[in-house]
Write a protein that binds this ligand. Structure first.
Ligand code: BG6
Length: 487
């Protein structure tokens, strides 16, 4: 492990859900497992008047909840807590930033990371005030959490304002899916092996399916979620980023811009959706009461903070196509939803059937090879091949070559935020989105937002604990295909 430079990490939204649930636990793990942690300083920032001790108590209580008990080590915690501090800053009060300034001025030459885990409405004010207070040093970085804007115009506005204070190389737009170990493995799989590349195109691939399904509902984030919806929360970022990694051309290197240039080309090659396409190629749904693992759960509109009659989608399925030589005509089906039957994130690459069937006993769906890349919960790869059933007859049956990462490596998987936070501190931009990528993603999403807004029909209902509305299966079924879970 490369030792880290000394750094100050200033965590806006330091008492918020993301900080408590993900960021501080991730920092604890890295602190616990790093050889040298001299020079780490993490300052939680919030509007509340809190002493350092009171803040530490809160962080510890949350950490005991969100860190697996076997990983929570009292001694390691005490050492980690020594790096933590708290500062009361109201993001909109320029004067409060002077206080932050005096805290940071003790060691001005260190790497400075401003992590904005706040509502995006505060990004511009925070950046402006940081700049005005002279806190942005050449070695400073800013991390922007998603969702970055609600549409193209608002995303541009935020980028514009942040860009007045930070140079593009100082801006880390985070999509935590890119930090997941298996997403990194997807990059390794595609560009570290010769095996797949010759097959990786319209010549051999019939369709690609990407599913990010969750069993959780809105989990106390009702107000935020109702203003956001699944398209902005999951499709505009996580699903499109995964699509980029699957579909991109091999970059010349893993330099940030080499990777990001190739991802951008994919986003720009997405076939724009017309009004009619929005009606026929997208499905939005909203869950009704049902059961998850045998436990009854309320419908979306009965969740806390959700107004009755809400039209916010909790499920999206859509068909995307790429206008380029490699992928023309290959459907990419994307799907995500809350309160689905299983928690599952996977990419399924279905290959074409053999051109001539020698073995009549297998045909159709069963005859096609398939690569399943499971991102969660059990990270692994499955390659489905046809093999002969033992015996004197020439009978074939699909079998799977299964690679289970947990079994293979026997080590704890890093959480995505552990990697991404370390990358920010080290100044590695490869896994973060560049401004033009964000623009291109919003540009493709916008017609869907507009089409849905003008559609008088509400989202289609689906029962919690299922795979979404029937229209989602019909979307794929119209092409004579099926989601893997429907086969
Ligand atoms: C976040 C979304 O970006 O990703 C959440 O805002 C969602 O709504 C979460 O639950 C899913 O992430 P993961 O890593 O649990 O799959």
């Amino acid at each position: 492990m490369i030792p880290l430079e000394a750094f100050d990490l200033i965590l806006f939204g330091g008492s918020g859900d993301l900080a408590m649930r993900k960021l501080l636990p991730a920092l604890y793990y890295r602190h616990r497992d790093s050889h040298s942690t001299a020079g780490w300083r993490i300052v939680g920032v919030g509007r509340e008047e809190l002493s350092r001790e009171a803040y530490l108590e809160r962080v510890e209580a949350a950490a005991r909840k969100f860190i697996a008990p076997r990983d929570f080590d009292d001694e390691a915690w005490v050492a980690f807590a020594r790096c933590l501090d708290y500062a009361r800053v109201d993001a909109r009060q320029a004067g409060d930033f002077a206080r932050l300034g005096s805290l940071l001025s003790e060691k001005p030459a260190r790497v400075r990371v401003f992590y904005l885990a706040t509502a995006p409405g505060l990004f511009s004010a925070i950046c402006h005030n940081l700049g005005a207070a002279g806190l942005v040093t050449p070695d400073s970085r800013v991390v922007l959490e998603k969702p970055l804007g609600r549409d193209l115009a608002s995303a541009r506005e935020i980028n514009e304002l942040v860009g007045e204070v930070f140079r593009e190389e100082q801006i880390y737009r985070i999509d935590h899916y890119l930090g997941k170990e298996t997403v990194q493995n997807l990059i390794a799989l595609r560009f570290g092996n010769t095996l797949f590349e010759p097959l990786w195109s319209r010549a051999c691939v019939r369709d690609v399916q990407i599913t990010l399904a969750e069993t959780v509902g809105v989990e106390g984030r009702g107000e935020f979620y109702d203003n956001t919806g699944a398209l902005r929360d999951m499709v505009q970022n996580h699903l499109l980023q995964l699509l980029c990694i699957i579909a991109m051309e091999p970059p010349a290197s893993i330099d940030p811009d080499a990777m990001r240039d190739e991802k951008l080309k994919v986003l720009r090659a997405l076939r724009p959706l017309t009004r009619e396409d929005v009606a026929t190629r997208t499905v939005r749904g909203q869950y009704r009461a049902g059961a998850i693992n045998g436990r009854p759960v309320p419908g979306y509109q009965e969740e806390e903070g959700i107004p009755a009659g809400s039209r916010t989608e909790t499920f999206v399925a859509l068909k995307a196509e790429l206008n380029n030589w490699r992928w023309a005509g290959v459907p990419f089906y994307l799907r995500t939803g809350k309160r689905m039957q299983e928690r599952l994130a996977e990419v399924v690459v279905n290959f074409r059937e053999v051109p001539h069937a020698l073995f009549p006993s297998v045909s159709g769906e069963r005859a096609a090879n398939r690569l399943v890349i499971r991102l969660q919960p059990d990270e692994g790869l499955e390659l489905h091949l046809l093999a002969k059933v033992p015996g004197d007859e020439m009978r074939l049956r699909p079998v799977a070559l299964n690679l289970d990462f947990a079994e293979t490596y026997h080590t704890r998987q890093w959480d995505a935020y552990e990697r991404l936070l370390m990358d920010v501190i080290r100044g590695k931009l490869t896994l973060f989105m560049r401004r033009d990528e964000l623009d291109a993603a919003w540009r493709w999403i916008e017609p869907i937002l507009e089409g849905w807004e003008q559609d008088p029909a509400p989202p289609r209902p689906y029962t919690a604990g299922t795979w979404g509305p029937a229209a989602s299966s019909a979307l794929v079924g119209r092409d004579g295909l099926a989601w893997l879970q429907d086969t």
